[in-house]
Design a protein around this ligand. Sequence first.
Ligand SMILES: NC(=O)c1ccc[n+]([C@@H]2O[C@H](COP(=O)([O-])OP(=O)(O)OC[C@H]3O[C@@H](n4cnc5c(N)ncnc54)[C@H](O)[C@@H]3O)[C@@H](O)[C@H]2O)c1
Length: 273
Amino acid sequence: MGRFDGKVAFITGAARGQGRNHAIRLAEEGADIIAVDICKQIDTIPYALSRPEDLEETVALIEKLGRRVVAVEADVLDAAAMVAAVKQGVDELGRIDIVLANAGVAPHSVDELDAVQVFMDTIAINLGGVRNAVAAAAPYMIAQGDGGAIVITSSTQGLSGAGGTGTGATDGYVASKHGVVGLMRSWANWLAPHMIRVNTVHPTGVMTKMIDNESMGAFVAQSPHLADAMANLMPVPVVDIEDITNAVLYLVSDDGRYVTGVTLPVDAGFGVK
Ligand SMILES: NC(=O)c1ccc[n+]([C@@H]2O[C@H](COP(=O)([O-])OP(=O)(O)OC[C@H]3O[C@@H](n4cnc5c(N)ncnc54)[C@H](O)[C@@H]3O)[C@@H](O)[C@H]2O)c1
């Protein structure tokens, strides 16, 4: 018996990184997965986003566990594509119980050419994309009448402005990650009568391709104060993907059945510095 037997989870940004790991761990515990990722590049993002092979690898890993998966290459900015992906998933897998609005970008760069566009794109993807994913799924969850759980991946930068540099990327990232807290609080009110819970998780640095790339490396190197500003209280530079997955699985499982409207940091003490 798995904690998620018979459940279906819709996950954005599932081709790699945290999203892939959440998908695999949910599948290991019995869930079927609707996996969405963009699988192509966006002009203002200075590091490689996922490729089709990444999403294919996620699919293979889930199927190896004996679970079913519906994988869709789609941009979270495309509201109609989110609706279509959820519909396809529910048509094929029968239901939807869990939403992980995890897709996001962090386009930090030393040679930001268009700060306004970077800011707008970051807000659109990290905030608007979360809106589109949840708006696509919630009507099905309400109609189903069995409750459910939604987790939005925010950041320590969704609770703090430490390390702000006045660039389009840091402003957009911090504003968008704070913004999803507002969405979460509003949706927790909207969905509680349906026994659907909504929470945010706030990771400190996690060694994924979002921060483990040349652009981010150069950005941090040019502003030595950032290393101090972004340091955790506990003496660990980053946490593991598994640490975030453990928190997410707690929030979407029955262990967290009366937890809604909370901002859960997984931050090695960053937030109380
Ligand atoms: N890595 C960190 O240090 C860190 C810290 C705090 C929060 N986060 C957040 O965690 C989440 C997951 O990031 P990650 O660390 O796994 O990085 P990642 O870059 O490996 O994964 C993000 C995924 O989102 C996808 N994506 C980006 N834009 C998209 C779009 N418009 N439509 C669909 N998919 C899109 C990417 O292709 C990628 O597969 C993000 O929301 C990120 O902001 C990351």
